[in-house]
Ligand binder design. Structure first.
Ligand SMILES: [Zn+2]
Length: 555
């Protein structure tokens, strides 16, 4: 969700409550979404509370040995085990095969000298998950970053790319604290919107030279890459030329207000690293149109129009046709990454399922749940009157979109994982796993799904830097970002959900929940994923209790 800039930024800046400021923020958004890359003077808002200093997580250890695991390394290669994995400080130093399944392991052939051991017999190890499309949210939805970070870690997410995570200064500060392991949080990659940053608050990007100047400014600040909209071509070109020169990444939500002048292939040709969402994709291969034939009363600011109508594109392209195939070929030639964020729109095809998801009760903050309810002002709350027609259109839309993604993957294209959670009944962490389930639905083998969520995510991060990956695969020499699960995610991706998967125990006749990540290791630090989930549940419980107190007793 982004050119949702309207809500998004008003969210980040917590301005929806301030009517007098709302008008100026609307102008701000509209100037950005119009493709002029302008920015008006908006006072910076209250921010989400940064995470507290870290009190959970053990390590890093001088020599941690994970013993007897079955390893899914993230490259798409088949699982193998039992293996012993040795981690010294934050580096994977050795992976040793220690036997064959169903035979006792000869102790004499095992590595020794552990200062910490984890018995992973019967368990599975895979790389930490990389979520390339996140926002930490807003005070309205989730006032404390801790809630969001712990949900991510509890789902095995060890790297997130903020697009943006919060405002520029806040994001970079949290990124630094995470890098130093001062907070319990995934690694952070910090992408920002052109014009972000305190020194630019009174400036606008009106010309290509302004665009270049901002990119240089952002680069000096430590920003990793650009989150772009569908800017007009000369601004887009200037932004991308400068970013590519400086080794910065780029991704774009090619918002519908600007997509007529900047679709997915236009942006790819200008040097965009990869696209996020689907905006501009279908427009790049319409059979008989250039601009989507919207109804005449279409209005972007009416979100039911915006999210209801866009799905009607499914019948405007021809799967397997000449335009379809040449687009796939050209994307491939340009090394274009696709970060689809399918799960964030999934309520569109079955809103009841999303509204009643198993995890809301214990893990969705009441403030977040309130935000999701039908509303004309909250972003992504477009259920003013959601009909069977709307759901059917989204179901059809997914079929075509998924076919495109699967074919791209089959030709060697890189499709990565991003969640965009915090909108549309999608709660942090859970959405990332749902995205992985949807890739499987698109036709990806579970090993290909995991590769999208790990190796290919890392490649999208490191490709613009022209450097080899530093994480994303469980391999000697890489950073120790990995997860340990009791169940096999290849057999059932649902075991990665914090709430696990429902299973009938035939011995006892009881219905149980199995799975959920057991441990998340980020940068050599060991987190008990179940304990993190419990902390999240306590935060939810606390907010519920607070909400139950009459207003006049709250202060
Ligand atoms: Zn987004």
């Amino acid at each position: 969700m982004k050119n949702k800039l309207i809500q998004k930024i008003s969210d980040h800046y917590w301005l929806i409550k301030c009517c007098y400021k709302f008008a100026s923020i609307m102008l701000f958004m509209m100037s950005i979404t119009s493709g002029n890359a302008q920015k008006s003077t908006v006072k910076l808002p209250d921010k989400v509370k940064p995470a507290p200093d870290r009190t959970t997580g053990e390590g890093p250890f001088n020599r941690l040995i994970i013993r007897g695991a079955t390893l899914i390394d993230g490259t798409g290669g088949m699982p193998r085990g039992p293996v012993d994995i040795i981690i010294e400080k934050n580096i994977i130093v050795d992976i040793q095969s220690v036997g064959t399944p169903n035979l006792p392991i000869n102790k004499d052939n095992r590595p020794t000298g552990a200062t910490k051991e984890i018995d992973a017999k019967g368990k599975f190890v895979m790389p930490g998950i990389i979520d390339l499309h996140i926002h930490t949210g807003s005070k309205t939805k989730a006032p404390e970053a801790e809630y969001v970070y712990k949900l991510w870690l509890a789902h095995g997410i060890t790297t997130v790319r903020g697009v943006p995570s919060g405002d520029l200064e806040w994001s970079l500060s949290e990124k630094r604290r995470s890098k130093q392991n001062k907070i319990a949080a995934p690694r952070m990659i910090s992408f920002h919107l052109p014009g972000a940053g305190i020194e630019w608050k009174d400036r606008k990007i009106l010309t290509p030279s302004d665009a270049k100047e901002w990119v240089q400014y952002a680069n000096k600040k430590g920003v990793d890459g650009l989150k772009l909209g569908s800017f007009r071509p000369e601004i887009m070109k200037a932004l991308l030329d400068e970013a590519n020169k400086l080794g910065m990444g780029s991704t774009a939500h090619l918002g519908q207000t600007g997509v007529a002048q900047m679709n997915a292939i236009d942006a790819a040709r200008l040097g965009l690293t990869g696209m996020t969402h689907f905006y501009g994709l279908f427009e790049s291969m319409y059979e008989n149109n250039d601009v989507q034939p919207w109804p005449v009363d279409m209005n972007y600011n009416d979100e039911q129009h915006r999210f209801g109508q866009v799905a009607r594109q499914w019948k405007m392209v021809k799967p397997g046709g000449q335009k379809w195939n040449s687009l796939l070929e050209e994307f491939l030639k340009l090394d274009y990454f696709i970060n689809p964020t399918m799960a964030i729109y999934s309520a569109g095809r079955d809103v009841m399922r999303a509204r009643n998801a198993d995890w809301h009760k214990d893990y969705t903050l009441p403030s977040l749940m309130d935000y999701y309810q039908p509303s004309r002002k909250n972003h992504g709350a477009y259920w003013f009157y959601w009909t069977t027609h709307d759901e059917v259109a989204w179901k059809k839309f997914y079929q075509v979109w998924m076919q495109f993604l699967n074919e791209y993957k089959n030709r060697g294209g890189k499709v990565t994982v991003g969640s965009d959670a915090g909108f549309i009944y999608q709660t942090y962490g859970f959405t990332t796993i749902q995205e992985m389930e949807m890739l499987q639905e698109a036709g990806f083998h579970p090993l290909e799904v995991i590769r999208s969520a790990t190796l290919h995510g890392a490649e999208e991060i490191f490709y613009p830097k022209k450097k080899p990956i530093e994480y994303g695969v469980v391999r000697e020499g890489l950073l120790a970002d990995l997860i340990i699960i009791d169940e096999n995610p290849l057999a059932n991706m649902k075991v990665l959900y914090g709430t696990g998967a429902v299973k009938l125990n035939d011995e006892t006749g009881e219905v149980e929940r199995v799975g959920g990540v057991r441990y998340t290791i980020k940068d050599g630090i060991l987190y008990d994923a179940k304990a993190l989930l419990k902390e999240v549940a306590d935060m939810v419980e606390k907010q519920k209790r607070f909400k139950a107190i009459p207003v006049n007793l709250k202060n």
